[in-house]
Design a protein around this ligand. Structure first.
Ligand code: FES
Length: 202
């Protein structure tokens, strides 16, 4: 008997990451986001502006929810690199989405520590509670469920990510309470240790 879940790389996050992103509408930053990005770029030497690619992509995602090819071209133009370099970053990091997602994205870590601690059961419970499989968004557009690799909190497995926060030691039987908590309390329903430190509970 294997304790490791089937690693079906043809579904969920991996499928969307390897598909070509949608072209999308022409993209430019809002004045506010462009000002924020210019402030960030000011910290870099002129020939190193492309080092701000992740910040630039976060601003895209904050503005329109996901990162289109049009947006990648705009980012490349602003920070001074090629669209292919931007796309490489987008397709590598699981926090960037190339298709529309729900208002909240739930990422279940399925790497070894979490797998051994029952992450697959957590995914099943989320699927049952939300009515969506990994890679899908519910009908109301509220939650997208994806499976990802290590979220960097292996000692508190199984770990799930919700937007930019962690939720640790998740048990399948507590999934429904977590979803209810997210609906009513937002990030205050999450246990990520950095939330306790930063007091960032939305
Ligand atoms: S293995 Fe799940 S957070 Fe590292």
């Amino acid at each position: 008997m294997s304790f490791h879940p089937a690693m079906d790389y043809g579904r969920g996050r991996h499928q969307s990451a390897r598909a070509l992103p949608e072209e999308g509408e022409p993209f430019v930053y809002t004045a506010e986001n462009r000002a924020t990005l210019d402030g960030i770029l000011a910290h870099y030497p002129p020939d190193r502006r492309k080092s701000a690619v992740i910040a630039a992509l976060y601003l895209v995602q904050r503005q329109q929810g996901h990162v289109t090819r049009q947006a990648m071209r705009h980012v490349a133009e602003v920070i001074g690199c090629t669209p292919e370099e931007v796309e490489e970053v987008v397709s590598f990091y699981t926090m960037f989405y190339t298709r529309p997602v729900g208002r909240r994205v739930i990422q279940v870590c399925r790497t070894l520590s979490c797998a051994l601690m029952g992450a697959e059961r957590v995914t099943e419970a989320l699927t049952e509670t939300l009515g969506v499989r990994p890679g899908e968004t519910d009908a109301a557009g509220e939650f997208t469920l994806v499976e990802v690799e290590c979220l960097g909190a292996c000692d508190r497995a199984p770990v799930i990510g919700v937007d930019d926060h962690w939720h640790e030691c998740q048990r399948p039987e507590d999934v429904r309470a977590l979803i209810d908590g997210l609906r009513t309390k937002g990030a205050a329903a999450l246990t990520g240790c950095h939330l306790r430190v930063a007091g960032d509970t939305e």
